[in-house]
Design a protein around this ligand. Sequence first.
Ligand code: SF4
Length: 696
Amino acid sequence: MSTSSLSPSTHAPGGLGTHTVRGACPHDCPDTCALLTDVQDGIAIKVHGNPAHAHTHGTLCAKVAKYTERSYHAERILHPLKRVGAKGSGQFERVSWDAALTDIAQRLKTIAAHDPQAILPYSYAGTMGLVQGESMAARFFHKLGVSLLDRTICASAGTEGLVQTLGGKVGMKVEFFAEAKLIIIWGSNSITSNLHFWRYAQEAKRAGAKLICIDPRKTETADKCHEHLQILPGTDAALALAIMHELIANNWLDHDYIALYTQGWEQLKARAMLWNCERAAQVCGVPAAQIAALARDYGMSLVNQTPAAIRLNYGMQRVRGGGNAVRAVACLPALIGAWRHRAGGMLLSSSGMFPVNKSALQRPDLLDGKTPRTINMSTIGDDLLRSASPEFGPQVQALIVYNSNPVAVAPQSGKVVQGFAREDLFAVVLEHFHTDTADYADYILPATTQLEHWDVHLSYGHTDVLLNQPAIAPMGEAKPNTQIFRELAARMGYAEPCFTESDEALCKAAFQGKVDFDQLLRDGFAPLAVPDAPFAQGGFPTSSGKCEFYSARLAAQGMDGLPDHLPNYELLGSSAAYPLAMISPPARNFLNSSFVNVKSLRDMEGEPLLEMHPQDAAARSIADGDVVKIFNERGTYHCTARISQRARPGVVNGLGVWWRKLGLRGTNVNEVTSQRLTDMGRGPVFYDCLVQVSPA
Ligand code: SF4
């Protein structure tokens, strides 16, 4: 029987015979593809895209198409490990689950007896699954009363910008981009990081749509668009305000839509009138005529009654003014009434459209009146090094890391490493591999991969719920995150029934009857009932029900109620010592720090690269392929220079995120990024970073 002819089923994992199991891609990517795993005699032999799922369209990206290589990787951690060498030395010995969990529970009890807030969980989107992400883990930590984690590292500035403008992480349905006549791809290298959206954009292009890319890097996506505005990092709000200025100046405005469905128009108008194309051109570093042409294209969508759609991604909000930038862009569709059409409007994230019952999964009631402090994951470098104080509370004495690799991905990694290297810090890491973070663990607990456990997923790029069924039995002694926290809870003496709930029950609880679980079991996915044009007649999930150009809530917090351009903290031209602005977009074959250790993908990626414009390279006598040193006062990163027009003059692109130990001289791009935070959402400013570059 050929594997491709296997029919999907719901087999128990590990049995003999051949079958195909439905699943979901767990990675931090908007596409949330539907997977089919072909299994032969208990072995996963192929992972491919489910052709029945419209958004996946039978195709996976190169990373996940190699998923069996990752799950069966020779370096998978298959047994609990206990540190025997110095922190960071990577020396461990095998121990039993019982010994590991008993000791961990004892250590946590001892710390908690004094102050549970000295324990910090650290997790993010290593899996996007609602069950293996924050369900049993959150229950465990709520019951224990540990510090809460502010999960800001990727998207919180943009989220806040959307919430303050549209009322939530909501937007147009991705499939209707295929019908748009103008698509603005803003801060997104879709070919690399939103492949299935790109298919819809291509469909639109074939039907005559114009594609415009806005990105400081000349990305693979920019190559394929009709226009590219290669703006300076952190200048998106200025560009959006200048577009507004042109819309107003030329009366390309849907006055009815504005009057009926928006709030704060007169104030926004006054703000936008301060931003003509010439002013924005100076800030953005692109010709005024190019901005005017972009505004004209956008305005003509109204005149010609053709749909205009904006696809944003999170790159633009990784700067000081990231929240404001998203707010400014999110105002644009309402000005031309783009939301009236199902192929018009914008999409940054659709995740707010899912009726997830977080309380049922995470059980905040287990806090039982406790109000622990919150620690921001983006400042973990500083916070691990802080002593106890009345403002901070107790020193962090224990760290439980799951679904994350902070030593590689958190900003200013020199400090993060210093914190993780504290001999007095008790660190437990749930992992698949010996990551940079796992090297600093006292215990490494082997976690299952997506092929080995149950989970249920929302998406931030489409509006379907997906179910992941286990295709194979857990490898070695690996356990799902949920099971690890169940067993830890038992050792802590927690008797509440919620600590014995099964993963299947958790999958069902996630949407509490609002999504047909039988449909999920049968098909692997279930589309939400979302209107085709959700804001055609307003109905935004803000408190006013309108698109809020002016946010009274922000003003009440002492902030600007209107979107504005906030210059970067580290503004290009402001430092003689560090005259280059660095952004660190993802390398094409990795997903954040996942997949860096998959050899076939690393071979495709080659080596850690810094893209430099030929002018900047020549000024420093740097040739293509030279090893260079990228530095500022926070640290020094070594990698290979790629002299390329993908970088604009004055801006260098440090492609990330390599594992430090697999890069050159044990460093990665986060050596030089800073721990400062965005204007809204307390997010990191990875792309707001001045550096100097020299031959190594
Ligand atoms: S990483 Fe994205 S494109 Fe690749 S399989 Fe997963 S969801 Fe699909």
